[in-house]
Design a protein around this ligand. Structure first.
Ligand code: ADP
Ligand code: MG
Length: 623
């Protein structure tokens, strides 16, 4: 430490607005007051960058060979934190003009306003509003700056102030280039003289500063700013290490993406997709995992606007030169710079997923299994990349085993000649989908059907009515344009008999159905409910009911399999009036049975009572 040459300290008054600001800083209560250290390290890093730049062309500076680094010394006994950098240092003029005057009047207004609101102030805001150096007065009651500028003829100087009314400047015999800032900590801020605490803060906010930071001689920021390196200089191990650091994950990532953009907007980014969905991914207070840096200085760790919501599983870092450090969180969030970065990153992420889907389908399927539902939900908010997203969607299918995926493209490639539509069934599970009687025709005719078994599917299907030239059609949709190879099936009843039994169903069910029709799509089942002209797919209807208990579903069309033994039996029974009671019971049972199968029978008591009657009859026959 340098000695004072002689006691020729000059005293200067702070300007009125500085006094006001300092008063607020000193007397407010804070959350996150630890950010003062980030501000001091950020200043040191700036100073180191300046000397590095100058020395590219001019080596005639003080201590030309000094290592560029930051050193922090702590003393619990005297309650001090001393931060030294070998940066460019400050001249008298710097101390007067740069340290002496900060804070635009806007900043003062802002802080005043904040204080009026009462309660503790978030120091993040103070730091980001350009108070920088002065934020140290949140924790210190006396600050000294010992400095010597890099110019060879510079003079050692000491600035000192308790942050109230004035500061002093005096000459010293400091010989080393750079700056030493000594904080005498307030009595209750002793934690900032604790080694573990200081290290913790550095790891949190300044881990990727491009110069080594030493606390009590030990290097603390061991993780490199990987995203500043060229892709070829980064090893797989480093990537994994870094991923674990930013994500808190213990596993290695599923993949990563390094982006380096220079132009009207410049940024570097290193992003990761985890193997497993991060905890709380679907909860409201989920912490977005992309950390925002401004030229290697940490700004915030949950930058929401850098990625679309449906990509919120992405972890990593974005570092841009185009965002000033001293902007508030609010300003940052709304910044057009972030909007541009987001646009680029969205394109890049979709591009990477596309590449996986084509070249590494296992990796892609792993991704989709874990994040597919969230990704699909993006269809409701993403307009620019809709088509790319739809290409990336995957579904289970009747053509594949459970757990295997197909894309719409693969579906279309496999379509039968003459098939004009893409068929799907919405269901709660694969088993539920496969047992849907409406699937029977498709199975019998080898027509592939997409099994949409994710809850989100019911919401996205209306958003993609077509893929290429093919309409997506629910197997429940009433007027399916089925292949017209309707040869009269073996054992079908006559036209007249058919009409008669259909009319019988109609009169018994009356307004409980929209219509009753002969079915083309049933093979094994006797009856099924399908969607009427204006109706909704039953699964979708169920989702609507879950969200709105007053939601009124539309009436369904009951389709009958006229070749089915049960229906043929009813036709036969119909010839004798004495069977009317049994026929009525059977019709109601068939109808409610179809409702039960699709999950819409809310009061099964009547159904069970009728079934009991029928079983009594059947079991009592031979007694
Ligand atoms: P900002 O960093 O946004 O300019 P600060 O209040 O943090 O605002 O710092 C004010 C100025 O003081 C800096 O711009 C810089 O010129 C000077 N300064 C602060 N710390 C140092 C340092 N360690 N070395 C050299 N200059 C410094
Ligand atoms: Mg600063």
């Amino acid at each position: 430490m340098s000695e004072t040459k002689q006691s020729t300290a000059e005293t200067f008054e702070f300007r009125a607005e500085m006094k006001q600001l300092l008063h607020l800083i000193i007397h407010s209560l804070y959350t996150h007051e630890e950010i003062f250290l980030r501000e001091l390290i950020s200043n040191a890093s700036d100073a180191l960058n300046k000397i590095r730049f100058r020395m590219l062309t001019d080596r005639d500076v003080v201590d030309a060979d000094a290592e560029r680094r930051i050193d922090i010394k702590l003393d619990k006994n005297t309650n001090t934190l001393i931060l030294t950098d070998t940066g460019i240092g400050m001249s008298r003029d710097d101390l007067m003009s740069k340290i002496g005057t900060v804070a635009s009047s806007g900043t003062v207004d802002f802080v005043t306003e904040l204080k009026k609101k009462g309660g503790p102030v978030d120091a993040q805001l103070i730091g980001q509003f350009g108070v920088g150096f002065y934020s140290a007065y949140m924790v210190a009651d006396e600050i000294t700056i010992d400095t010597r500028h890099a110019d060879p003829d510079s003079q050692g100087l000491r600035w000192a102030s308790d942050g109230t009314g004035s500061f002093t400047i005096e000459e010293t015999d400091r010989t080393e280039r750079g700056t030493t800032i000594t904080l005498h900590l307030k009595e209750d801020k002793g934690e900032f003289a604790e080694e573990w605490r200081v290290k913790q803060i550095i790891k949190k906010y300044s881990n990727f500063v491009d110069f080594s930071i030493h606390v009590e001689g030990e290097e603390v920021n061991t993780v490199d700013a990987l995203w500043h390196k060229s892709k070829t200089d980064v090893t797989e191990e480093q990537l994994t290490e870094f991923y674990k650091f930013v994500s808190g994950d213990f596993e290695e990532p599923l993949g990563h993406l390094q982006v380096n953009i220079e132009g009207r907007i410049s940024f570097k980014s290193l992003l990761f997709i985890p193997k497993k969905a991060p905890r709380g991914l679907y909860q409201e207070d989920y912490n977005y995992g992309v950390h925002l840096y401004s030229t290697k200085v940490f700004i915030q760790d949950d930058a929401k606007n850098l990625l679309p919501e449906y990509a919120r599983f992405v972890k990593g870092v974005v570092d841009t030169e185009d965002l000033p450090l001293n902007v508030s969180r609010e300003v940052t969030q709304a910044s057009p710079v972030l909007a541009k970065i987001r646009k680029v990153l969205t394109t890049k992420i979709l591009g990477m997923l596309k590449e996986w889907s084509v070249e590494e389908s296992d990796r892609y399927d792993t991704f989709f299994r874990e994040f597919g539902a969230l990704f699909k939900s993006g269809l409701q908010t993403e307009f620019e990349h809709r088509d790319e997203m739809i290409e990336l969607f995957r579904f289970e299918s009747t053509a594949k085993d459970a757990g295997d995926y197909v894309s719409l493209e693969q579906y279309v490639d496999r379509m039968q000649s003459g098939q004009k539509e893409i068929y799907y069934v919405l269901a709660e599970s694969r088993t539920g989908a496969e047992l849907n009687p409406n699937l029977e025709y498709f199975k019998a005719n080898d027509l592939e059907v997409l099994l949409m078994v994710e809850p989100v599917d019911a919401f996205i299907v209306p958003g993609m009515p077509k893929y290429k030239d093919f309409e997506l059609k629910s197997v429940e949709t009433a007027d399916l344009d089925l292949q017209k190879d309707k040869k009269k099936k073996k054992g079908a009843p006559t036209k007249q008999a058919s009409k008669k039994i259909i009319d019988r169903f109609k009169s018994i069910l009356a307004d409980r159905v929209e219509d009753v029709k002969a079915s083309d799509r049933l093979v094994d089942s006797a009856a099924t409910l399908v969607v009427g002209k204006a109706g909704m797919d039953s699964q979708m209807e169920r989702m609507m009911k879950m969200m709105d208990e007053n939601f009124e579903g539309s009436k369904k069309v009951l389709e009958l399999n006229l070749q089915h033994t049960l229906i043929k039996n009813l036709i036969a029974l119909g010839k004798d009036e004495k069977n009317d009671g049994l026929i009525e019971t059977a019709v109601l049972q068939i109808f409610e049975g179809a409702m039960l199968a699709e999950g819409s029978l809310t009061t099964p008591q009547e159904f069970v009572r009728r079934m009991t009657d029928i079983m009594i009859e059947a079991t009592g026959k031979d007694n």
